[in-house]
Design a protein around this ligand. Structure first.
Ligand SMILES: Cc1cc2nc3c(=O)[nH]c(=O)nc-3n(C[C@H](O)[C@H](O)[C@H](O)COP(=O)(O)OP(=O)(O)OC[C@H]3O[C@@H](n4cnc5c(N)ncnc54)[C@H](O)[C@@H]3O)c2cc1C
Length: 423
């Protein structure tokens, strides 16, 4: 009997656990280790920050759902990975041995990249985590009580996930309009992307034209190629670069509320393993999602190393979106199952990106097949249906993670009709 350990129970780790158990059956043991005892549906965090959702709407305790499927769960943080000895050392003193390890630890939110950034001792807010989103909501309440001010939303250098920054800007705009006070607030989008709609992807379809038009229609100004260097109480220091990477303009932007997505890095325990990661702590994997150095370590999700789609004047990374992550997961589950069956692993993920971005009362959807250009399919469309679809998807994904079915038959069938497959 082999022991497969999945480190991280987020968007990647949870489906990995269910798929792994389904594929391996009773013959092998599957254990999930996560530093928190609850799952959070990360895409809904921007809604928490404006009070449209609460923590209990978008989180649930992990253990009982995994146990129901015969999967072990340990709520503890892994502080050290002994890759040579195939052992994880946890903060509760436990040492867990594995035959195969799947690293799905997501990002380390590296606020330290910019002095004064972040909600813990800094001056900018975040929506990357449900606790951060709750803190942002408290600050947002103070802003509403004040009655007017300047709202800055955007992304720091080395950020790789830009969708939630756009979402949050449009959600705040919609919330203020609903309250009938949008006219009291100035809004500015400040991003390390080279242009609006780049999204870390070199754009998708006409994302540039459409998002510029949306920002204009919603009276949101913008600064792109923005190398934010410091945040003080109520002030953001940003150097705007031109296409050659030269200084175009220095900005000191006074704000009353700022939500800036941070740089991402790999989490400490993973980054510390000799020869496992790139210099920013992301796990280096081959097309099978396996570490070239440690053949019994696989990895999926935000924690893997993907080169940026293109060099940008201010450093940006390529986003790893939900469906793409599920595609990585399905691929590595097949490969571990093959290895255990004595076969050569051969399954690669498609890395197709499907994304629904909420804009408060409307939304934008994009499909990029594959996510990294050149692409066979690239479209970007806006409509109220996306807002509805995003709400439906939230309910659907949370239900799917409670029921323990990673890719139900009807999801697979619908996506297949659209030419979208995971592997
Ligand atoms: C605000 C936001 C909104 C997003 N919205 C969308 C969207 O709408 N659509 C989309 O396709 N993508 C979206 N994404 C991108 C992506 O889908 C998510 O970031 C997704 O949650 C990443 O999944 P993951 O499994 O890689 O990491 P996570 O979901 O972050 O999971 C990682 C897990 O590992 C645990 N962990 C970390 N370190 C340790 C350790 N040392 N020991 C034990 N456990 C550990 C963490 O606690 C966490 O539970 C969004 C991202 C953000 C930040």
């Amino acid at each position: 009997m082999a022991h497969v350990v999945i480190l991280g129970a987020g968007t990647g780790g949870m489906p990995a656990a269910y798929e792994m158990k389904e594929m391996l059956g009773k013959e092998h043991e599957v254990t999930v280790i996560n530093e928190r005892d609850y799952f959070q549906f990360v895409p809904s965090n921007p809604w928490v920050a404006v009070g449209w959702r609460t923590r209990s709407d978008i989180t649930f305790p992990i253990e009982k759902y995994l146990n129901k499927k015969g999967i072990n769960f340990i709520a503890a943080r892994c502080d050290k990975i002994d890759a040579e000895g195939s052992t994880l050392h946890l903060d509760n003193g436990q040492a867990v041995k594995y035959d195969y390890l799947v690293i799905a630890t997501g990002p380390k939110l590296f606020f330290q990249e910019v002095e004064g950034a972040g909600p813990h001792g800094g001056h900018s807010q975040s929506v990357c985590d449900v606790t951060h989103a709750e803190m942002a909501y408290e600050e947002y309440q103070k802003l509403l009580a004040k009655g007017s001010g300047h709202i800055v939303v955007g992304a720091m250098p080395f950020a790789s996930c830009f969708g939630p920054a756009y979402e949050f800007a449009f959600i705040v705009d919609a919330d203020l309009r609903k309250r009938g006070v949008r006219n009291k607030f100035k809004m500015t989008y400040v991003s390390s992307e080279p242009y609006i709609g780049h999204l870390g992807l070199g754009g998708v379809g006409d994302s540039k034209g459409m998002l510029e038009s949306e920002l204009r229609n919603h009276h949101i100004n913008w600064v792109t190629n923005a190398k934010t260097t410091k945040v003080e109480a109520g002030k953001l220091f940003t150097t705007e670069l031109n296409g050659k990477g030269e200084v175009e303009k220095e900005h000191e932007i006074a704000f009353d509320f700022a939500m800036m997505l941070p740089a991402f890095k790999g989490v400490d325990a993973v980054a510390a393993v000799e020869g496992l990661c790139n210099p920013r702590g992301f796990v280096i994997v081959d097309e099978l999602h396996r570490s070239p150095k440690y053949k019994n370590i696989y990895s999926a999700g935000v924690c893997i190393a993907i080169p940026p789609v293109e060099a940008t004047p201010v450093p940006t990374g390529a986003p790893k979106t939900g469906y793409m992550i599920e595609s990585m997961v399905t691929s590595l589950v097949h490969n571990i199952a093959d290895e255990l069956a004595g076969k050569e692993p051969h399954t690669t993920g498609t890395w197709n990106a499907i994304c629904l971005a909420d804009m408060g009362d409307t939304g934008a959807a994009f499909v990029a097949l594959p996510q990294i250009p050149p692409r066979n399919v690239a479209w970007f469309k806006k409509g109220k249906w996306v807002h509805m679809a995003k709400i439906a998807f939230e309910k659907y994904f949370i239900r799917k993670m409670k029921k323990g079915s990673s890719e139900p038959f009807y999801e697979k069938s619908i996506l297949k009709m659209m030419g979208i497959t995971r592997i």
